[in-house]
Design a protein around this ligand. Structure first.
Ligand SMILES: Cc1cc2nc3c(=O)[nH]c(=O)nc-3n(C[C@H](O)[C@H](O)[C@H](O)COP(=O)(O)O)c2cc1C
Length: 379
């Protein structure tokens, strides 16, 4: 992995190693992918201010997120089907994150279950919750996350209905894969991937399989999931979940100032400014465009986290300078996982850390607390 110079190198390697349908599932976004593209393009437009002759010999990227010490203001975002990029992907990514000193978030739609990951790692991780119509199942999931000692619950609030991803439709992307000749030939040409998946603990949604009565068969499970996202989800449900969860609650998927103000009054510890990585409302603003007004509106009443388009340490610096406490990384680490398993995730984190560190030096700052509007160049 040492020859991977940047996240784009990991992406190109993942593209070669992971079957097309699964790579595209990660790489793509909703509809015309305008918001997906805007996430990265708008970040690139934020220019950093080069400063000189400041003593930057003693630098640190350490910070805190929700009071937790972190070596870098970054957490790994929840990624559904993470374990389809590499066998046992969730366990490998969680280990890489914990070794690097940053939080890992396990998705409701993961391949390895909450219990699989808890048994395989030493420290607590975050659990992301999708609210299903079956509220008994939601309650059971929360209880499982409590039993596994998860240190935060990330409630995703921007997926009451699924945005269409054209690439998934064209590729026949399903779990398990739709067996087209093209798919079989593609998988046959990726033997290392196939072997890692074959050796992995599970081949389907670990948090769901075996926990829903009558859904032992994979195809009926996929059918159940498709009908389970709840368009009726509303702020009252947030109250209900906050009542069930004794720990820190994070609301993920806020892009609007008015929603942010309401979120700040729920008692949640943090919100994540996010458009789900451009996978939901196409035509929505980029996350970075939404960040400053939200930070201004909520002040210090709630911790503001950020995701969408982070592909480098420079991007991380831009988001922090514009008011984020820390960022979540989605695709950047998933490309690493597809490219090289645990070592690939570790490399993705290392790349971002090194880029942040050098950017700090070149903008004349020595600590994360010093990164603010002063590191942004006025154009
Ligand atoms: C392949 C993929 C799967 C995702 N699955 C979930 C999920 O299960 N739950 C969730 O809250 N967000 C999910 N997201 C959104 C991410 O958590 C995060 O918001 C997004 O990836 C950030 O954008 P970035 O990929 O540009 O870093 C997913 C994103 C991707 C790319």
């Amino acid at each position: 992995m040492r020859h991977m110079a940047c996240i784009e190198d990991l992406r190109q390697t993942a593209r070669r190693k992971v079957p097309r349908a699964f790579f595209d599932y990660v790489d793509g976004g909703a509809y015309a992918e305008q918001t997906l593209k805007a996430n990265c393009a708008d970040l690139e437009r934020v220019k950093l201010r080069q400063r000189i002759l400041v003593d930057v010999s003693e630098r640190s990227t350490r910070s805190t997120i929700l009071g937790e010490q972190v070596s870098l203001p970054l957490a790994l975002a929840p990624i559904g089907l993470c374990g389809m990029q590499h066998g046992d992907g969730e366990i490998l990514a969680c280990r890489a994150a914990q070794e690097a000193g940053i939080p890992f978030t396990l998705s409701t739609m993961s391949i390895c279950s909450i219990e699989d990951v808890a048994a395989a790692v030493d420290k607590p991780f975050w659990f992301q919750l999708y609210v299903m119509k079956d509220r008994g199942f939601v309650r059971a999931l929360i209880e499982r996350a409590i039993a596994a000692k998860c240190s935060a619950l990330v409630l995703t609030v921007d997926l009451q209905i699924l945005g269409q991803r054209h690439r998934d439709v064209r590729n026949g992307m399903t779990v398990p894969p739709e067996w087209r000749v093209k798919t079989i030939l593609d998988i046959a040409s990726k033997p290392a991937w196939a072997l890692s998946i074959a050796r992995g603990k599970r081949k389907t949604f670990g948090n769901l399989a075996g926990h829903i009565r009558g859904m032992e068969n994979i195809n009926s499970l996929s059918h159940w999931i498709a009908g389970q996202f709840d368009p009726a989800l509303n702020w009252k449900d947030v109250e209900w979940i906050a009542g069930l969860w004794p720990g820190k609650l994070i609301l993920k998927g806020i892009l609007d100032v008015e929603d942010a103000r309401i979120a700040a009054q729920t008692g949640a510890a943090a919100l994540v400014v996010s458009n789900h990585g451009g996978r939901q409302l196409d035509g929505a603003p980029s996350s970075i465009a939404a960040l400053p007004p939200i930070v201004e509106a909520v002040g210090s009443s709630i911790e503001v986290l950020f995701d969408g388009g982070i592909r480098s340490g420079q991007d991380l610096m831009r988001a922090i300078a514009l008011g984020a406490r820390a960022c979540l990384s989605g695709r950047a680490y998933i490309y690493g996982l597809g490219a090289g398993g645990k070592a690939g995730v570790a490399r993705a984190i290392e790349i971002i850390r090194n880029e942040l560190d050098v950017s700090m030096a070149l903008t004349g700052v020595t600590g994360i607390g010093d990164i603010d509007h002063r590191v942004i160049a006025v154009m």
